[in-house]
Design a protein around this ligand. Structure first.
Ligand code: MG
Ligand code: ZN
Length: 195
């Protein structure tokens, strides 16, 4: 059973631009390729987990999200890096598209997408990490018994100033590359238990 990094997208891997509705609005952070490649080299799988309620709200379709993820994959590939799986939650209970206007268990901090990774990729959540710019990314780590790193990019700096009661990040760092360094410093124990 593998240790995995569950990676947030907007504000963590790419610039936060609100509802991202076109691939050409994707902007990787300057350190993103290096950070992802470092995890690849350590043979730690990366699973993107992103809330995309813009689908339920009718702002864009699933096909757009797929195009965005294909574009991100191309940009990473050009730098010799890759993300192992791209999962998203299309739902929102207040959405306007009936198919997706439901209360689901896969919208973060719900663990539905992690459970999918457990089924499809034999992941050990307790040895896994989340990286994200919102407290809900840290809450996801709590919900799966893993460790959560908050980054200060995107909404992160603001989130850091408003910690929710009872929720503590395992680390708060400036950006994705620092989050990956933090994880790799702890990956001996991770690798030692049988990656
Ligand atoms: Mg985010
Ligand atoms: Zn969902």
């Amino acid at each position: 059973m593998k240790c995995v990094v569950f990676l947030d997208r907007d504000g963590t891997l790419i610039e936060e631009v609100g509802y991202l509705d076109r691939p050409d609005r994707v902007q990787l952070y300057p350190w993103a390729v290096d950070a992802i490649r470092a995890l690849n080299q350590a043979r730690i799988p990366i699973v993107m987990i992103t809330n995309q309620s813009g689908i339920a709200r009718g702002f864009f379709t699933e096909a757009v999200v797929d195009d965005v993820h294909r574009h991100i994959a191309d940009l990473l590939k050009a730098g010799g890096a890759h993300i192992d799986a791209y999962y998203y939650c299309p739902h929102h209970r207040d959405g306007s598209v009936a198919e997706f206007a439901v209360a689901c268990d896969c919208r973060k901090p719900g663990r539905g997408l992690v459970d999918r990774a457990i089924r499809e990729l034999s992941v050990d959540p307790a040895r896994s990490f989340t990286i994200g710019d919102r407290w809900l990314d840290v809450a996801l780590a709590r919900n799966i018994g893993g460790r959560g790193v908050l980054v200060r990019t995107g909404y992160g700096a603001d989130q850091e100033r408003h910690p929710p009661e009872g929720l503590v990040a395992d680390a708060i760092v400036n950006n994705l590359v620092e989050a990956v360094s933090w994880i790799l410093e702890r990956s001996d124990e991770t690798l030692g238990s049988g990656l």
